[in-house]
Design a binder for this molecule. Structure first.
Ligand code: HEC
Length: 120
């Protein structure tokens, strides 16, 4: 009986391991975003959900109250615009309400954008 339980647990751990690895995909730099952003569709915090943001227009998330400046920015979120915005949110869209100084390290910006691409 004890042995069976152990074998069962080991099997369960093996089956669950790949799932856990996927969930841990977020790059370290994304920890700074988590204070305000959720990655599940339709779930907002201080900032809008980031699900499906890559390739979308600024103001993409339903049910989040964006600032007018953000909505008027006319941005489409691709690699070029996200690189600019994440390095300097205030400078890229003056008057927007994302209270974040920006990511300074270009490798972090790249890693975060790659991660955003995976959020559907
Ligand atoms: C202090 C809270 C806060 C932090 C930290 C923050 N954001 Fe934001 N973010 C916001 C808010 C608020 C908005 C909406 C801006 C507006 O409406 O003016 C926003 C908007 C965005 C948008 C545009 C979404 C859309 O639908 O147009 C993206 C992309 C984004 N943030 C990514 C990030 C990433 C990536 C990080 C981490 C590197 C981050 N944010 C950190 C609060 C935050």
């Amino acid at each position: 009986m004890m042995l069976n339980k152990k074998v069962g647990l080991a099997l369960a751990a093996m089956l669950l391991a790949p799932v856990a690895a996927n969930a841990a995909d977020a790059p370290k730099a994304f920890n700074q975003c988590k204070a305000c952003h959720k990655v599940e569709a339709g779930k907002h915090g201080v900032g809008p959900s980031l699900a499906g943001v890559f390739g979308a227009k600024a103001g993409h998330a339903e049910g989040f109250k964006y600032s007018q400046k953000h909505l008027d920015s006319g941005m489409t979120w691709d690699e070029a615009s996200l690189s600019k915005y994440l390095a300097d949110p205030k400078g890229t869209i003056p008057g927007n309400k994302m209270a974040f100084a920006g990511l300074k390290n270009p490798d972090d910006i790249k890693a975060v954008i790659e991660y955003l691409k995976t959020l559907k």
